[in-house]
Design a protein around this ligand. Structure first.
Ligand SMILES: C[S@@+](CC[C@H](N)C(=O)[O-])C[C@H]1O[C@@H](n2cnc3c(N)ncnc32)[C@H](O)[C@@H]1O
Length: 342
């Protein structure tokens, strides 16, 4: 049964729950890059949440808190905002927000149900996901996301769990690597790139830095797209793979459906077609449910059984926003509203 979003008692929320050991504290280098992220579709996303002053909201991708701060500015004294991020540097920024209505947890957003259990949330009025990586993650060479800097080949958003790209490259087969680069990077020379990477390994040259990887990839690509670094697609593919980005998204979406109160909004900003496709298909499948038996006398589309209704069309940043922030150029935002159908 759907219950009111504010049915649970409301303790002060300004304590950050950090489930990681203290040995993983944020380095000064990472701290120095705080607050350099320019929030994409800031007003559009928060408007789409349709904030009720006393409502309860979840920001699943806190980043540097641009959306979260805007949500807080629209909440009244009884409103609440729960935030998550898998990156410890983001959590450090979140801890600086001194606001009794706000709480942040270090966790992957696929664990949203656990967040809800921790805080006795039976339902919420809106959930925001601003996917992908933040500018400080890309711009900090030590994180190993970018071919623009030579750094350790890491690429994990959550440096407390999982394998780095360097570790992955010591064990992955050429065939699987080719598939990852093709599927997640949509790289037409995926086979050649995989072959070149694995040759480095078999020749006894472990690839441990972003610079090394970028060089090997460039050597395997015969034709470079104008204006694009030859390593762009391979880096994107490996990042998506080590962070299990599509799996995370596929895991959170059905949980959002169960957590949203009637009329609650789901707002998702994607940065590449693979994740936008997952979001679009999920909303479509909830809107046009087709799970009735084939011989049922009424067609599924004629029954009022949609659990989500898509609100408006996909929204992209304006030319003005892209001019101010080129990283906004590939963003696509989709919005859906929870219906009363169980
Ligand atoms: C584009 S940034 C969000 C920026 C934020 N909206 C702002 O205005 O500052 C994406 C953030 O989501 C986090 N993130 C990505 N995937 C995640 C996941 N599966 N679970 C938790 N956090 C995730 C990243 O670590 C990053 O900090």
């Amino acid at each position: 049964m759907m219950m009111g979003a504010n049915s649970a008692p409301k303790p002060p929320l300004n304590s950050a729950i950090n489930s990681t050991p203290s040995s993983n504290s944020v380095s000064p280098a990472i701290m120095s890059t705080l607050s350099t992220h320019i929030t994409v579709l800031l007003n559009e996303a928060v408007d789409a949440l349709n904030i009720k002053p006393n409502g309860t909201y979840i920001d699943g991708t806190f980043g540097r808190g641009g959306h979260s701060k805007n949500i807080l500015s629209k909440l009244g004294s009884a409103g609440r905002l729960f935030a998550m991020d898998r990156d410890l540097a983001a959590i450090e920024t979140g801890k600086q927000i001194q606001d009794a209505r706000f709480c942040i947890e270090h966790r992957h957003f696929s664990e949203i149900n656990q967040l809800a259990v921790n805080h006795n949330l039976t339902s919420v009025d809106g959930i925001l996901l601003d996917l992908g990586i933040s500018s400080p993650q890309i711009d900090e060479g030590e994180r190993g996301f970018s071919f623009r800097f030579d750094g350790p080949l890491d690429m994990r958003m959550d440096q407390t769990r999982g394998k780095t790209v360097a570790e992955l490259l010591t064990t992955i087969s050429e065939q699987q690597l080719g598939k990852v680069i093709k599927d997640y990077g949509e790289e037409r020379f995926a086979k050649q790139v995989a072959r070149a990477i694995i040759k480095e390994r078999t020749d006894g040259r472990a690839i441990t830095t972003t610079g090394q990887l970028a060089k090997v990839v460039a050597s395997a690509i015969p034709k470079v797209e104008p204006g694009q670094n030859p390593a762009t697609r391979t880096f994107q593919a490996l990042r998506i793979f080590v962070n299990q980005e599509l799996e995370e998204l596929s895991l959170i979406l059905p949980q959002c459906l169960n957590l949203l109160a009637v009329g609650g909004r789901l707002v998702v900003i994607s940065f590449h077609s693979l994740e936008d496709r997952v979001v679009k298909r999920f909303i479509q499948s909830e809107e046009n449910r087709d799970d009735l038996p084939a011989n049922f006398p009424i067609k599924a589309k004629d029954l009022p059984q949609a659990r989500l209704l898509s609100i408006g069309r996909a929204i992209k940043p304006s030319a003005h926003e892209i001019k101010q922030n080129v990283r906004a150029r590939s963003a696509v935002m989709r919005v859906a509203e929870r219906t009363a159908i169980a």
